[in-house]
Design a protein around this ligand. Structure first.
Ligand SMILES: [Zn+2]
Length: 302
């Protein structure tokens, strides 16, 4: 089979994904929308059975994909990032044979420094389409490729380096990939609704960490997340508003007693005593131990 040139397909794919992502309030996109991809009259579905996507007539892979991770489990790329600690994502070979055609297709993308798409499963059928990424290395003893998730990482040749370069690479991965992916997963779990006030407007919602990032239990998993609107997120982060382990909202005394305009009254004071709206799926609900840890902090602060 023949089809459009690599450069044409790749360019069109990056456009296609950027458009879909911009149109999605959570950043997550359904498989059907990802697969509605046509170039010069040729249909090129991006989500197929294999994790590594390479149209038959091209030499290099176009996209890599990871499956959906259940809410409590750390997504594979999180472990790969934490494990290596260098800010680069790892992507495993297809099977165990390094010479498998799909693995060769990733190698071809590496040699030519071609941008790829990285489709990360958010829930069954839904993906966070992340692009561009680049294959920048290979670790044959671990049967995996090394993936740069930001153009800035392309120039950090020495991944074993320490100090500033390493911190910079980690920060790029966090800001570019991990935070948006966490947001997409949490917003999907909460059906794009603020858990406190019920606001249903994706663009005004964030994924808040219950236990802050950087603490032992502060990982970016759904049970450590809450979908909150900007106001409630800021109030929660600053411990002006707390959530009891039984999911009831509390305010600091100062905020309760203050007299101000309608935003304070309706937006904050009326939230005291409300019960959090949490996901239907049990595994996606806030973890009680984490809520307790955070509530202690709120109590000390108020
Ligand atoms: Zn809210």
């Amino acid at each position: 089979m023949r089809g459009p040139d690599d450069a044409v397909v790749r360019h069109a794919m990056l456009d296609h994904l950027a458009r879909l992502r911009a149109a999605s309030p959570t950043g997550a996109v359904h498989r059907d929308a990802l697969n509605a991809f046509w170039v010069e009259g040729v249909h090129i579905p991006l989500v197929v059975q294999q994790g590594i996507r390479k149209p038959a007539w091209l030499e290099a892979a176009l996209a890599i994909r990871t499956a959906y991770t259940p809410p409590g489990a750390r997504p594979p790329y999180e472990d790969d990032l934490a494990g290596a600690g260098d800010g680069f994502v790892r992507y495993h070979y297809r099977g165990t044979d390094p010479a498998h055609a799909d693995n060769r297709a990733l190698r071809a993308a590496r040699v030519a420094r071609l941008p790829l798409a990285y489709l990360l499963g958010v829930e069954p059928g839904w993906y966070f389409p992340f692009a561009p990424v680049w294959i920048v290395g290979e670790e044959p003893s671990r049967a995996q490729f090394v993936v740069a998730v930001d153009e800035g990482q392309l120039y950090l040749e020495d991944r074993s380096g320490s100090g500033d370069a390493r911190t910079y690479a980690q920060r790029l991965a966090k800001v570019r990939l991990h935070q948006p992916m966490f947001r997409a997963r949490v917003l999907r779990a909460y059906e794009s609704t603020c858990a406190i006030c019920g606001l249903r407007h994706g663009e005004l919602l964030d994924a808040a960490h219950i236990v802050p990032d950087g603490r032992p239990r502060g990982d970016a998993v759904v049970p450590n997340g809450l979908a909150l609107c900007k106001l409630h997120h800021a109030a929660f982060d600053r411990n002006l508003l707390g959530v009891r382990p039984d999911l009831v909202v509390e305010l600091t005394g100062a905020l309760r007693d203050e007299v101000d305009g309608p935003m304070l009254r309706h937006g904050l004071q009326e939230m005291a005593g409300r019960r959090l709206q949490v996901p239907r799926e049990r595994a996606a609900r806030p973890d009680r131990d984490r809520l307790e840890e955070r509530y202690e902090e709120f109590r000390r602060a108020s």
